[in-house]
Design a protein around this ligand. Sequence first.
Ligand code: PLP
Length: 397
Amino acid sequence: MKADFHKYQAQTTPHPLALEVSNAQGSYIYDTDGNAHLDFVAGVSACSLGHCHPKVVQAINEQSQQYLHVMVYGEYIQEPAVSYSKMLASYLPENLETTYLVNSGTEAIEGAIKLARRVTGRSQLLAAHHAYHGNTMGSLSLMGFEERKQPFRPLVPDVAFIEFNSTEDLNKITTKTAAVVLETIQGGAGFIMPRQGYLQQVRKRCDEVGAVLILDEIQPGFGRTGKLFAFEHYDITPDILVIGKGMASGLPVGAFVASFEMMQQLRENPKLGHITTFGGNPVIAAACLATLREITESQIIKQTLEKEKLFRKLLVHPLIKEIRGKGLMLAMLLENVEIANYLVLEAAKKRLILFWLLFEPKAVRISPPLTITDDEIKKGCHQIIGLLHNYETASVN
Ligand SMILES: Cc1ncc(COP(=O)(O)O)c(C=O)c1O
C-alpha cells in the first residue's frame, strides 16, 4: 500500500507522514496494525466532533438511503441544504442570512471575492501578509507568502497586501477596494490573534470607503475558539462570512454567507454568477446539520475554553516559548525549527498526532476534536512534555 500511495497518488511533499489508516473513532485514528493514534490535529481542524461521531454517521446513513446527488446547486429544493442554511441563519447576525454551499474552503473564498467584486463594481482585493485562504487561483492570489505562489504567476490581478494588526495600513483600504479579506485569527501565520480593537477599525474603515469585509472563518468557525464563530469575540460582523472545514465534521464542504440582498447579485445580470455541481450535496448538508445541532445543543463550545486552560496548564516547558491561539486552535511556539520537527516526528512514533503550521516553522499545531476528553488531553500533553525533556537531556549529553 505504501509503495502504491507514493506512486499512484500525487504527493504534496517529499516526506508525507504516511500513516496507513484502518478506521477512526472519537479522538483516535487506528492504523492497519491495530495501533491507536491519539489525534491532536482533527484532520487540520476539520473533524470538529471527532471521528465518526454517531449522530453525524446516522445523518449520513439516513440521507444516503433517501437520495444522493440529484441536481446541480440551486435548482431543486433539497431539504438538508434548505434546513441547514436556515438553521445557520438563526445563529448569525441579521445581515448574514443567506448561504451558498460549496465543496471546499477555497471555493467558498472564490465565491466570496466574486460576490464582493460584483456588489461593489470594484476590482481591488486586499489581503494580509502571511494569510492563507486556499489553493485555487483566486485564493492563492490572496496568499500572503510570496515563495509559495511565485511559481504559479500570473495570478489574479489587483490584489494588494496589508499587515495584519497594523493600524497604519488601514489607509490602504480606499474607494478602489472591493474587499478586505482577513482570517479572523490568522492560521498558517502561526495562530495570530487580532489585537484589541483591530477588527473594529478594519470594519469602520471598510464602512467609510464602501469596501466589503470578508472574514475567513474556515478554521476558527464552529466552536473551535469558544464561540460559534470567532468574530463574535470582537464585536463586529463581516459582510461576507466564509466557512468550511469543521462544519460537516469530516466531509468536504465550504460556504459563504451574506445578506439576502447581496446574494441576489449572483442570480441576475448575468445569471449563474457562481455555479457548482455538487454544492449543497444532500449527504454533506445532512452531516452539516447534525454537526451544527450537536455543537449548539451541547456544552461543547463552553467546554472548549476549559480545555484550552488545561492545555495551557500542562504545556509548560522551557522549550515551549509561547502558546498562541484561542480555544482549541492552539500553537506551541518552540525555540527553533529543529525542535518543532523533532516534536512532530517523534510524537508520531509515540502515536500522538501533531502537525505543522504553513508559514511558521517553529510552531506545532494543537487543534484536536472539540470532543476530546480531559484524560486524552492529559495523556497527549504528558507525551509532549516527555519528548521535550528527552530532547533537552539528549542535547546536554
Ligand atoms: C483559513 C483557511 N482558509 C481557507 C482554507 C482552504 O480550505 P480548503 O482546504 O477546504 O480549500 C483553509 C484550509 O486550511 C484555511 O485554514
